[in-house]
Ligand binder design. Structure first.
Ligand SMILES: CC(=O)N[C@H]1[C@@H](OP(=O)(O)OP(=O)(O)OC[C@H]2O[C@@H](n3ccc(=O)[nH]c3=O)[C@H](O)[C@@H]2O)O[C@H](CO)[C@H](O)[C@@H]1O
Ligand SMILES: [Mn+2]
Length: 304
């Protein structure tokens, strides 16, 4: 009788007869309170739509590295401790993760003990006076990072807001070619209510008759190639807007939503993957995985 370390939950080998054991998936039974597939047949990941141990098993064999970018400039340094400590409890545990932290104060980065196969690279970036420029500037920095460094370093990438904390599993079930996260404030709203850019002067413009979902810019990801194209496109479109003296209402988030209108994500993550406040419930949210921390914008941002 032989048990392999990782596979023992599934595979039991005895005299060349193996068994692959897990709960039978059903054709008939699934979540009925939420949609778990889009009209272009991309899965929408919710608790109850996947078997965590089974997806771990599938991805474990691929020996993947997930690059993850985080930005902490100015007072946002204060979020790093909770962000990383909670990430190390819940984020791709058992898989290879390479965090890239961009900050204007490398010396102020708190010491965080990284789990096995999780590493942190800190990069110094210049301080900026406008929070909007910091937030939008992430697209350009990500584009250069993927283009210049990641090709041989990683398989997938996620870009996450730092003013957030993990409360539950976020792992390989989230991987896909192009991954968007449904914004926690608009998951039950109609398209005309979405806070898309509505001024036709901006490249990010989306009319009231268009749009599928409203996506957050606080978390997105996918394959290196697809995220490179996303970041490059958003960066170029923000430059066009800047040349026309217009800034989209929700900055890079508006451009991200425009990008996703024409380049449909191949996988969507439900608002479990970016909830709004750990205390504010909704019946559809069975588990909160990652949640935005309530913050005093006037106190923490360098400008209004
Ligand atoms: C939940 C959600 O949808 N969040 C988005 C939203 O507001 P947010 O209120 O979430 O934006 P924010 O203040 O968190 O800024 C975005 C990110 O920029 C970084 N940062 C910002 C300011 C600063 O002084 N230092 C610093 O490091 C930090 O990583 C932060 O997480 O809109 C922003 C742009 O309009 C971004 O699209 C955010 O992702
Ligand atoms: Mn944020």
């Amino acid at each position: 009788m032989k048990f392999s370390v990782f596979l023992h939950r599934f595979i039991y080998v005895n005299n060349n007869q193996s068994r692959f054991l897990y709960k039978q998936p059903s054709v008939l039974i699934g979540r009925t309170d939420v949609a778990s597939v889009t009209s272009w047949l991309a899965p929408i990941v919710w608790e109850g739509t996947f078997d965590a141990t089974l997806v771990d098993f599938i991805y474990k064999k691929q020996n993947l590295t997930i690059a993850t970018t985080v930005f902490a400039l100015g007072k946002y340094i204060r979020f790093l401790k909770d962000f990383f400590e909670s990430a190390e409890q819940h984020y791709f545990v058992g898989f290879r993760v390479h965090y890239y932290l961009f900050t204007d104060q490398p010396e102020a980065v708190p010491e965080v003990k990284m789990g096995e196969n999780h590493i942190l690279t800190i990069r110094k970036v210049p301080s900026l006076n406008r929070w909007q420029d910091i937030s939008m500037g992430r697209m350009n920095i990500l584009e250069k990072l993927i283009e210049n460094e990641l090709a041989v370093e990683a398989d997938y990438i996620f870009c996450l807001d730092v003013d957030a904390k993990f409360y539950g599993r976020w792992s390989v079930e989230s991987l896909g070619r192009l991954v968007g996260v449904i914004h926690p404030w608009f998951f039950d709203a109609s398209r005309h209510q979405f806070t898309y850019e509505r001024r036709p002067e901006s490249v990010a413009y989306i009319s009231k008759e268009e749009g599928d979902y409203y996506f957050t810019a606080a978390a997105f990801g996918g394959s290196l190639e697809d995220v490179l194209n996303l970041t490059k496109t958003c960066r170029e479109q923000m430059n066009i807007d800047a040349a026309n003296s217009i800034e989209a209402i929700w900055h890079e988030e508006s451009h991200l939503n425009k990008y996703f209108l024409y380049n449909k994500p191949s996988k969507l993550l439900s608002p479990e993957y970016l909830w709004r406040d750990i205390r504010a419930g909704a019946s559809q949210i069975k588990t909160v995985r990652f949640s935005h921390v309530a913050k005093n914008n006037a106190e923490i941002r360098p400008n209004p």
